[in-house]
Write a protein that binds this ligand. Structure first.
Ligand code: NAD
Ligand code: UGA
Length: 322
């Protein structure tokens, strides 16, 4: 099997690439190494894949590849396109930051779908997000709920889902949109909560919690996400599926779990809540279970332990934005 992975040098894309290479796939990875967080992380992420004979890296922007027809050429003969490239992160998507979100997430998704359709790709797997649901008290979040994103980022991720629907409806392109719920584990982006918290605790500092810390998330371990992504290749055309971790915890509970994992009593500053952050997320997993057999396996306790071990082994790079 041959696959294209967009966003291959990122947290989720690089982990997926390693797994697929291990399973015998041929991979062409595309990434423009956006500077949202330091390049050194991304180089580290793809170190293993880069040494594999079945892996090819194209350091190019999707928008450039789409403009001169080379994205379509790249996709000829590919069985699956895993479209993970995006400007991620909820809180940086306001104000002038929005341009990069609309370019990479909306235009970027459109050029991927256009090229996949023209090249006759059998399946496009689109990385969507729990952020499409918005700030709702109706939990768990079900895929048939009305989506009202609460951040500009969420608007761009929902636009990507709609674009998938358009290419399915008009041209018969088979897509699946996967709504990931706050993913964590080794290689996690440095702007995200767990990475920031662990790094700060290991450095002996005080962590900053937004708001009162009673907001909650359905945190999902990276290996469970990768299992779900691979299983989704056989999902029915046009499917939209949640991929969550199976339980919801508050940020305060995360801090307690981190104290247990590190043996450190953590000093916390509670600072102002952030625009775009929703109160709670929780995934209904019924559809993902029924359609692709998805069942998350890694507990928060175990997953945190693995992320702590990963960060213990890494020198401190400059933290990302966030
Ligand atoms: P990441 O930033 O680590 O990886 C994304 C990669 O895409 C980056 O390496 C970036 O350089 C690349 N990229 C961005 N725009 C590009 C373009 N125009 N052309 C080529 N490459 C481009 O992010 P991640 O956490 O691995 O997220 C991967 C996907 O999953 C994203 O689509 C994100 O929206 C989605 N998602 C992530 C989470 C999470 O918790 N990490 C949750 C929900 C959804
Ligand atoms: C994450 C990803 O960053 C998005 O790309 C993704 O689309 C989204 O999940 C999703 O599930 O769709 P977020 O839930 O904000 O977004 O993830 P974290 O940055 O790990 O934040 C988790 C919680 O910790 C949030 O409630 C946030 O307010 C809080 N937090 C974060 C802090 O209290 N302090 C920090 O320094 C960072």
């Amino acid at each position: 099997m041959k696959a294209i992975i967009t966003g291959v040098a990122g947290f989720i894309g690089s982990t997926l690439a390693d797994r697929l290479l291990h399973e015998g796939w041929r991979i062409v990875g595309v990434d423009s190494f956006e500077d949202y967080y330091p390049r050194s992380y991304k180089e580290h992420n793809i170190r293993q894949a880069s040494g594999h004979p079945a892996f090819t890296l194209m350091e190019r922007n999707l928008l450039d590849l789409g403009a001169d027809g080379s994205l379509q050429e790249l996709m000829e003969g590919a069985d699956v396109v895993f479209h993970l490239a995006a400007q991620a992160g909820v809180r940086a998507s306001w104000d002038s930051g929005f341009r990069v979100y609309s370019d990479n997430n909306v235009l970027g998704t459109q050029v991927v779908l256009e090229a996949a359709h023209r090249a006759g790709v059998q399946k496009v797997v689109y990385a969507s997000s729990s952020s499409v649901y918005g700030d709702t008290d109706i939990l768990p979040m079900r895929e048939d709920a009305v989506c009202r994103p609460y951040s500009p980022y969420g608007v761009t991720k929902l636009a990507g889902e709609h674009l998938c629907g358009l290419y399915g409806g008009n041209f018969g392109l088979s897509t699946v949109s996967l709504r990931f719920f706050t993913v964590y584990g080794p290689r996690q982006r440095p702007d995200m909560a767990f990475h920031r918290f662990i790094r700060t605790v290991l450095d002996g500092g005080r962590i900053a919690v937004y708001g009162d810390g009673l907001q909650s998330r359905d945190f999902t371990y990276i290996d469970d996400i990768v299992d779900g992504i691979i299983a989704s290749v056989s999902a029915p055309p046009g499917a939209v599926l949640n991929l969550g971790g199976g339980s919801r915890v508050t940020v305060r509970q995360v801090v307690a779990a981190l104290e247990e994992a590190t043996g450190v009593q953590i000093a916390v500053d509670y600072i102002e809540s952030q625009a775009g952050d929703v109160g709670h997320t929780a995934a209904s997993l019924e559809n993902a279970h029924d359609l692709i057999g998805y069942a998350p396996r890694v507990t928060l306790r175990e997953g945190l332990r693995r992320e702590v071990n990963w960060l213990r082994g890494r020198p401190g790079d400059t933290q990302g934005q966030g």
